[in-house]
Write a protein that binds this ligand. Structure first.
Ligand code: SAM
Length: 245
């Protein structure tokens, strides 16, 4: 686990307030950015289940349409008021709140998902505990986060990249889930290269081939996911085991 210059929540809030209008275009408008968006939506389509979903760190509401097209009910929380304002104009149900202290009742969601946000939360274990609390029995927590590996450590040591967040191994996140009463049911790599490469470099044929390569070692991935299941019996209409193998 690496922790680098972690920002306070108020600083994170201010940064995203300031960034809200350009958040989506800066990250997902380029060809490589669209590839990230699509890769994550494909992963969600494979594993996510309804009918009732909560996203922690909803930002501009990138997943609202996706969840609603599946016929499910989307709720989002975010600490940034400006991000919430933007998402509200996209018509989703939103609450201003902190992933360490989810301002919602217990046992009401079939799935909690948190993408690109978990690694900014100062006490990530609190977020896992809170997600467990708001999940119904048999519900799932789906986390996508930046990973810790030796290449990452090397690049941080060179000082080439500035960083202000956590990086986790898949095993560490799985252990956090177990600590909080969730059983890890699936995990793996999401992206092979740093996000900035996809956003800023031309998404050439060679880049696409490397990205699609099956021989790239999973432990070098820059972004990973872990899914955990809360103990108990699933209710009808929720995700089921076949979806998370
Ligand atoms: C990088 S964006 C990710 C947004 C979205 N999940 C996506 O993948 O497009 C991170 C978002 O998490 C929010 N955030 C950061 N820390 C948070 C916290 N402790 N609780 C709730 N939201 C948080 C930020 O305000 C920002 O909107």
């Amino acid at each position: 686990m690496i922790r680098t210059n972690l920002r306070s929540k108020s600083k994170v809030m201010k940064t995203y307030d300031k960034e809200s209008l350009v958040y989506y275009s800066k990250r997902f408008a380029s060809q490589g950015g669209r590839h990230i968006d699509l890769t994550e939506k494909r992963l969600l389509a494979r594993y996510v289940g309804g009918p009732s979903l909560l996203e922690v760190g909803t930002a501009s509401g990138r997943f609202v349409g996706f969840v609603e097209r599946m016929g499910w009910d989307y709720t989002g929380i975010d600490i940034s008021a400006q991000m919430l304002r933007l998402s509200k104009s996209n018509g989703c149900k939103l609450v201003q709140g902190d992933g360490e202290e989810i301002p919602l009742r217990s046992s009401i969601f079939n799935m909690v998902f948190c993408l690109h946000t978990f690694h900014f939360i100062p006490e990530p274990l609190r977020c896992v505990e809170e997600s467990h609390r708001v999940l119904k029995e048999g519900g799932f927590l789906f986390l996508i986060f930046e990973t810790d590996n030796w290449l990452r450590r090397l690049s941080l040591k060179t000082g080439l990249f500035e960083s202000d967040q956590w990086y986790f191994t898949l095993g560490e996140v799985a252990a956090m889930m177990r600590n909080c009463g969730l059983t890890p049911v699936a995990s793996g790599p999401v992206l092979k290269f740093p996000m900035a490469f996809y956003r800023r470099l031309p998404f050439t044929k060679l880049f696409k081939q490397l990205d699609a390569s099956r021989n790239w070692p999973g432990w070098l991935a820059t972004l990973g996911f872990v899914i955990g299941r809360k103990e108990g019996k699933l209710e009808a209409g929720a995700s089921h085991d076949e979806q998370v193998q």
